[in-house]
Design a protein around this ligand. Structure first.
Ligand code: ADP
Ligand code: MG
Length: 291
């Protein structure tokens, strides 16, 4: 049965914006030695903006912009929304998409007038093609923490977009105070290594793993569990849910997707990562009281 002290701690913490879905999670939190974070939407605001767009001079700029935005209109990914917004501010036309496929962690694929188009990371459009298009510029953009997305037709990359997401101001403070408590911090992201490194440095994260597909996030957590007896995972997306379930403690961002909220053991209201450190203090105090 649940101790009255635990019950009152849970209700107090709920009032401060940390929702525990049960007493054992409060106890679990006190044992956490490491926390893995998703990047987009968790450490960052998840509302990227297009900062740069580069088009192959041999292609029809208007047509490629129209195709890219018409394809991305069919996707719910934050990067997709940003590309649509950018294109709407320019002059674009609506193109009819015949078939569209959203490939989680990689990009989108669509057929237009019988031709296959891909928009996504280098791996998705083909590394060779990606790296043969404005490679130096792309590397420089990535080193600034920007995500580079390539647009390719059936034979070559014809454009790239660079998008910058903002590290939440609370992230840096939250990571700092977690590290002071002796908690090891890790970032798991589907983004490329260069961008990942820049964001990890900005947030003050100890260690990062880039090019993580949803199933890779689970693999990484299983690996980390061999080093840390108690590890938590914080995420917001559908693609984070399996990892949240794998961690000893799953933590969802309050404005995250339903699946993340349902899977998590603990929810951070208002996406406030700084509440995490306070919740750990509370759980550690509680553990002393209850035992
Ligand atoms: P994260 O783990 O950082 O939240 P995702 O796993 O959602 O990132 O996506 C990983 C990468 O896949 C993105 O950085 C991007 O390059 C590519 N990608 C995914 N969906 C799209 C899309 N709709 N349009 C363009 N690129 C995409
Ligand atoms: Mg995310």
């Amino acid at each position: 049965s649940i101790m009255p002290a635990t019950l009152s701690a849970i209700s107090n913490s709920a009032r401060s914006g940390v929702l525990f879905k049960g007493g054992m999670h409060l106890e679990n939190l006190s044992h956490i030695q490491a926390i893995a974070f998703d990047k987009t939407g968790t450490l960052t605001t998840g509302k990227p903006e297009v900062t740069d767009a580069i088009f192959n001079h041999q292609v029809d700029y208007h047509r490629v912009l129209s195709i890219a935005s018409s394809i991305e209109e069919e996707s719910n990914h934050p990067l997709a929304n940003a590309i649509v917004q950018y294109s709407n501010d320019k002059d674009r036309s609506l193109i009819t998409i015949e078939k569209m496929e959203d490939i989680s962690g990689k990009g989108v694929k669509a057929i237009i007038e019988g031709e296959t188009w891909r928009i996504g990371n280098a791996d998705f459009v083909g590394k060779e093609q990606a790296y043969s298009f404005e490679n130096e510029v792309a590397e420089k953009l990535a080193s600034q923490g920007k995500t580079v997305v390539f647009v390719a037709n059936h034979e070559q990359v014809v454009a790239l977009f660079a998008l910058k997401d903002t590290v939440r101001p609370e992230s840096k403070k939250a990571i700092h105070s977690l590290k002071k408590k002796g908690i090891y911090t890790i970032m798991l992201t589907g983004d490329n290594p260069t961008t990942a490194q820049a964001i990890a440095e900005e947030a003050g994260i100890d260690h990062y793993v880039a090019e993580c597909m949803p199933e890779d996030k689970v693999k990484e957590l299983k690996l980390l569990k061999q080093y840390f007896s108690h590890i938590a995972m914080v995420g917001d997306g559908v693609n984070d849910a399996p990892a949240l379930a794998t961690a000893n403690l799953g933590i969802a961002m309050g404005e995250g997707t339903d699946v993340a909220l349902e899977t998590a053991d603990l929810v951070l209201m208002k996406n406030d990562l700084s509440k995490l450190s306070k919740a750990i203090n509370l759980s550690r105090r509680m553990n002393k009281v209850v035992k």
